[in-house]
Design a protein around this ligand. Sequence first.
Ligand code: FES
Ligand SMILES: [Fe+2]
Length: 357
Amino acid sequence: MNEIGRASASLAALAPRIKDAWYVIAMSHEVTGTPIVRALYGVPITVFRRPDGSAAALLDRCPHRNVPLSGGKVVEGDLQCPYHGWRFAADGRCTAIPGLDGPADHPARRATAYPVREQQGFVWVWGEPDKEPVGEPFRFRLADDPAYLTVRREVRTRGSVHAVVENALDVPHTAFLHGGLFREDRKDRRPIRCVIQRHQDRVECEFIGESRPTGLAGRILSPSGGMVTHFDRFFLPSITEVEYRIGDENHIVLNGACTPVDDWDTRLYAVVCIRTRLPRWLVRLAVQPLAMHIFGQDAVVLKQQADALHSFGEASYASTDIDLLGPHILRLMTRAARGEPVDPNAPPYVRETTLLV
Ligand code: FES
Ligand SMILES: [Fe+2]
C-alpha cells in the first residue's frame, strides 16, 4: 500500500505473518502444572510448568494419534498424553510409551517443541518450533525498577496485529473515540511537530511542543501541568511503546506486546510503568479502571473494523500525513514477513509533519 493516499489491499496483506520472532504466549501466573492451551497464528500450543519451575511449550498435538496434549498432565516433569500415556520432555523427546518393550525415544515420535523464555512476568515462545531462536525477547526497560509502579494486563481484541498496533500508537483517534478521557476534540487546536524516524526494525515518532493532555487521565497524573515529552514507538514484530514525561515527576511508559492468536484475533499484553508523585493506591484506584475503559473502547472499534473488512472482503484505506505510524509499521511488518534482512544500524528514513491537537 502507498503510505499516503488511497490504496486497496487484500485482507492477507493487512495481516503479514512474522514467524521468526518471540511472542508472549501467556502471563507467568497462568502457567502452572496444569497445561493450558494458547494459539499462535491459529496453531494451538500447550504451555505448562515443570516441577523445577521451568515453563515448556509443545504443539498441542500428540504425535501418536493427534490427541491434544493439553488434556494430559505433567508427570515427573514431562507431559503425559491423556490417550495412551506417551510422555514428552520439554524438548519434545518421547520419554515413555506404556506397554512398549523397547526404548520410547525415536525421531518419528517426538512432539513439536517451541523454544521458551520466561522474564518479567511473561512466558514467550519463538514462533517457529524446533528452530534456534535469534536474539532474546523484548525487555520492558522499567518493569524491574522499584521506583516505578508496574501493572500488567491482557486485552484480547478481534483485529489483526497491525490494526491493534496502529490503534495503540494512533494519536488522532484519542480526542474522538476517547474524547474527554485523554484528549478533547477542541476547536482551538494547536500545531505540534511530529518527527518520524523509521529504521529497518522499528519506527518512532517524537511529538514536539505538546502540552499536557487536557482530559481526565492527564489531569490526574499531572495536576500542575508541565512540559511534555512524548514518544510513540513500534518494534518488530509487534511491540508498541508510548512514553510520556510530564513535568519533572511524572514518567509513564506503556508497552503493548501483541500476539497473533490468528490473523484477526490478537492478545495484547500491556505493561504500564508509572512514576508519579501520586500515591500508588491512588494510581491503581484511578488510572487502572480508566486505562481498562480506554482499552475497552478501542476493542469495540477494532472489532467493528475487522468485521467491516471481512464483510467487504478487502481494505480500501485512505491515509493522510497524520496517520503517523500505521503505514510505516505495515511496511516493516510486510518486509519482516517476507524474511527480508534487517540492518538495525542502517540510516533511518526521517520525515516531519504537523498535527493539530
Ligand atoms: S494419542 Fe497420545 S498417546 Fe496415543
Ligand atoms: Fe485508543
